[in-house]
Design a protein around this ligand. Structure first.
Ligand code: UDX
Length: 430
């Protein structure tokens, strides 16, 4: 290491890898970042960032001199001792994580090159041990990422905690990783590899559990007349529970929760343990996406021939990511009922088009609502709260609004002539 600068290698420049490479460069470290996709590397060399992540393109531009993009593993191995593995681990047909890209990286590492592999990719507990069985001389550190899409740079720069898992023989590499993260100030959890791997899966599974729990409470609130947003407020003030991840809605999605809950369930199952609670968490989420169809039917009767407008398609705001988005299930279910589906998303429409055949996608919310029998707010993009709803009401065939994220002011919408139906808010707008 030269002063407080450490040459960092990043393998895989998808979303996690690019954020990691850019943020280490911002901290002053020279970074060599590898991807096997030539066009991606060339675009990044030109400063073009294909991912919608607020602030990322600007931060990369500011640090362009410190980040080298390459397709050559030899270049990375020559330059850096610490190699952050950021390749993706998507689910296979069996639901287990696909570790083929991780294995491909490991195979390229020389046995006695003095490198340390720092695993950022989400892998099942036990992966690090298996890698070290194959390569006993490779230093190995598990350092899972906890970045949220849409606030990844802030999350990287201000971590709640930094998990650094290492077993005997990898202590120096773990110390080096700790030093890299030290300026960021998050509490360091120094532990063994298997526990570090499990911290990541368990954290995401727990967050998903919180959401499925509040969604079930919301469904009960609809029967009892309580308002789930009030219930969540009252629960969240108990510091043992905490206020975050208690927003009821039409279900969680994204690149991590679906994949990681299933991976943990399968991991447990493969060891002979049936993780019942997690199975329920996953089932509740699948049903939650479909409940909107029942709500629409309650208000409109059969949906065949009805025009239903979806506001928002991305799995959450501030991203164009469509992975596991509730909109995909909802649109397909509505089409299955014979409805005509029209959708507007300010950022994700281009990415969504191929995934949603038969869904019309005009260029504005107002056009999407033209002649609609109902609007369903799917993603809480801030601009939807700024719309002139009184004017939009006139454009719709039926002024029915299903607020899938409890995002809009139900009482104001009701005053503007809408029938408003949120999630778990029986009395709001009734
Ligand atoms: C998540 C984890 O938060 C992050 O730590 C991990 O590294 C990757 O997975 P992300 O997928 O970016 O991050 O999204 P997040 O903000 O956690 O939201 C996940 C989903 O849960 C979204 O669909 C969101 O709409 C939903 N959600 C979140 C709720 O329905 N209610 C809530 O209260 C919070």
């Amino acid at each position: 290491m030269e002063g407080s600068r450490e040459q960092v290698g990043v393998v895989g420049v998808g979303w996690v890898g690019l954020v990691t490479a850019t943020c280490f460069a911002e901290l002053g470290h020279p970074v060599v970042a590898l991807d096997i996709v030539e066009e991606k590397v060339e675009a990044l060399r030109r400063g073009e960032v294909a991912i919608h992540e607020p602030g990322l393109a600007d931060l990369l531009r500011r640090n362009a001199e410190r980040v080298t993009f390459t397709t050559s593993m030899d270049e990375v191995l020559d330059a850096a001792r610490l190699l952050f593995c950021c390749v993706d681990t998507p689910p296979t047909y069996s639901g287990d994580a696909d570790l083929s890209r991780v294995r491909a990286v490991v195979e390229r590492l020389p046995d006695h090159g003095g490198h340390a592999l720092v695993m950022k990719s989400t892998v099942p507990s036990g992966t690090g041990a298996a890698i070290r069985r194959d390569k006993p001389d490779l230093a190995y550190v598990s350092c899972p990422e906890f970045l949220k899409e849409g606030s990844a740079i802030k999350d990287f720069m201000h971590p709640d905690r930094v998990v650094v898992g290492a077993d005997a023989g990898s202590e120096n590499a773990a110390d080096a990783v700790e030093r890299l993260y030290a300026p960021l100030g998050g509490e360091v959890v120094r532990t063994d590899v298997a526990s570090a791997e499990m911290i990541k899966l368990a954290s995401n599974a727990f967050l998903a559990t919180k959401i499925s729990f509040i969604n079930e409470i919301a469904n009960v609130c609809e029967q009892t007349g309580a308002d789930v947003t009030e219930v969540a407020r009252g629960m969240g003030l108990d510091e043992r529970i905490g206020a975050s991840f208690l927003k009821a809605g039409i279900g969680w999605g994204g690149s991590c929760f679906g994949k990681d809950t299933i991976a943990l369930k399968k991991l447990a199952g493969n060891t002979g343990y049936h993780f019942q609670l997690l199975s329920a968490v996953i089932d509740v989420n699948e049903l939650q996406k479909r409940r909107v169809v029942a709500k629409l039917t309650n208000h409109l009767g059969p949906l065949a021939g009805r025009r239903i407008a979806l506001l928002g398609l991305a799995f959450k705001p501030d991203t164009d990511d469509m992975r596991d988005a509730a909109s995909l299930v909802l649109a397909a279910r509505l089409q299955g009922e014979g409805a005509q589906v029209v959708a507007f998303d300010p950022v994700a429409a281009d990415r969504a088009r191929d995934l949603l055949p038969g869904v019309e996608m005009p260029a504005s919310a107002a056009e999407a609502l033209e002649g609609a029998d109902a609007a369903v707010l799917v993603t809480e993009w801030p601009e939807f709260a700024e719309l002139d709803w009184a004017e939009l009401r006139e454009r719709m065939a039926t002024p029915l609004l299903i607020d899938g994220r409890n995002f809009l002011d139900g009482n104001a919408l009701r005053a503007a002539g809408f029938t408003y139906d949120g999630i778990g808010r029986a009395k709001v707008g009734a």
